[in-house]
Design a protein around this ligand. Structure first.
Ligand code: FES
Length: 156
C-alpha cells in the first residue's frame, strides 16, 4: 500500500524501489530494495541523513514528528549542490520547529518543505516519498542519484 509521504502507511507487501537515471546521467539504474532504517531508529523530533545509492554522502534526509515521517532531498533550492546539514544528521533549527539550511540559514516548514525565511523564500525542498512497512522505512518511488558527479569521480 502506498501512502502520501506525510502519512506513512503500514502494509505487508515487499518493498522494492528502483532508482532511475536522471536526464543526461549515464549511470545505470540501481535497485534499492533494502529499508533505509527501522522506524525505531528515528527518534521523534530528530532528523537523519541517508545515502540510499551508496554515493558516499547523504543525498536525502528524514524528519520524524510524532508518528509522521517527512523525507526530502538533501539539496537546498537556494543553490544546487549545497548540502543542508550543519552537522551530521542535523537538519533542524535549535527549537526543532523548522528545517534549516546550514549554508545560509534558510528555514523550511517540516511538513511542506516550503521556505519561510531566507534567500529562497517561497521555494521548496524536493520531497522524497516514503513507505513504512512492518516497522521499517523504505523509499516508495524511484530514486535518482544526488548531486552531479564531479569529473573523474563518476561511478560506473
Ligand atoms: S544554500 Fe541553502 S540557504 Fe543558501
Amino acid at each position: 500500500m502506498r501512502a502520501d509521504r506525510s502519512k506513512p502507511s503500514v502494509g505487508s507487501d515487499r518493498s522494492v524501489a528502483v532508482s532511475m537515471p536522471v536526464e543526461g546521467d549515464a549511470r545505470p539504474a540501481v535497485r534499492v530494495g533494502r529499508p533505509l532504517c527501522r522506524l525505531d531508529d528515528l527518534p521523534v523530533g530528530q532528523s537523519r541523513g541517508f545515502d540510499p545509492l551508496g554515493e558516499g554522502r547523504d543525498t536525502m534526509f528524514i524528519v520524524r514528528q510524532g508518528d509522521r515521517l517527512y523525507g526530502y532531498r538533501n539539496r537546498c533550492p537556494h543553490y544546487d549542490n549545497v548540502r543542508m546539514a550543519w552537522k551530521k544528521d542535523e537538519f533542524l533549527n535549535s527549537d526543532r520547529s523548522r528545517i534549516v539550511c546550514g549554508a545560509h540559514g534558510a528555514l523550511f516548514e517540516i511538513d511542506t518543505g516550503r521556505c519561510t525565511l531566507g534567500p529562497c523564500l517561497g521555494d521548496s525542498l524536493t520531497p522524497v516519498a516514503l513507505d513504512l512497512r512492518e516497522g521499517e522505512v523504505f523509499l516508495s518511488h524511484p530514486y535518482a542519484p544526488g548531486l552531479r558527479p564531479r569529473p573523474g569521480r563518476q561511478k560506473t
